[in-house]
Design a protein around this ligand. Structure first.
Ligand code: DQA
Length: 144
């Protein structure tokens, strides 16, 4: 089972800066991830929070709750949250970082990810498809 986490402001997909993030909503994204999971034979659980501490707790508890990998779009926490970095580093599940937009083509503060270095890898700029590619990677390394 794969945990798919979306961080701050991703509940606003659809209305939030549509020129950057598109017009599809978080509900659309989560439905898409569930459909991809069904196609790939991967059970998925999608969660979103605007609260850093909630994300940390979900990551800390993921293994004991039966997850085998995590896909995370940490939103702006990517760029400054050492607490999120430490939560990822402090557990054993493989984690893939995803960004809908191409963060490297945007403001310079978005070029820094303090979390990517403790993830298996980072996918950026491929829209919602990045989540699917992250799921395929996890499926591959988990040997499903
Ligand atoms: C984002 C990129 C971040 O810089 C931004 O703060 C977000 C969304 C993305 O998916 O492109 O909230 O993670």
């Amino acid at each position: 089972m794969i945990l798919i986490l979306n961080g701050p402001n991703l509940n606003m997909l659809g209305t939030r800066e549509p020129q950057t993030y598109g017009s599809a909503t978080l509900v659309d994204l989560e439905a898409q991830c569930e459909a991809w999971g069904a196609e790939l034979g991967l059970a998925v659980s999608c969660r979103q929070s605007n609260f850093e501490g909630q994300l940390l707790e979900w990551i800390q508890e993921a293994e004991e709750h039966g997850f085998s990998g995590i896909v995370i779009n940490p939103g702006a926490l990517t760029h400054y949250s050492y607490a999120l970095r430490d939560a990822i580093a402090g557990q054993r599940l493989p984690v893939v970082e995803v960004h809908i937009s191409n963060v490297d083509a945007r403001e310079s503060f978005r070029h820094v990810s303090v979390t990517a270095g403790v993830c298996r890898g980072k996918i950026s700029g491929l829209g919602f498809l990045g989540y699917r590619l992250a799921m395929e990677y996890l499926q591959d390394i988990l040997g499903n």
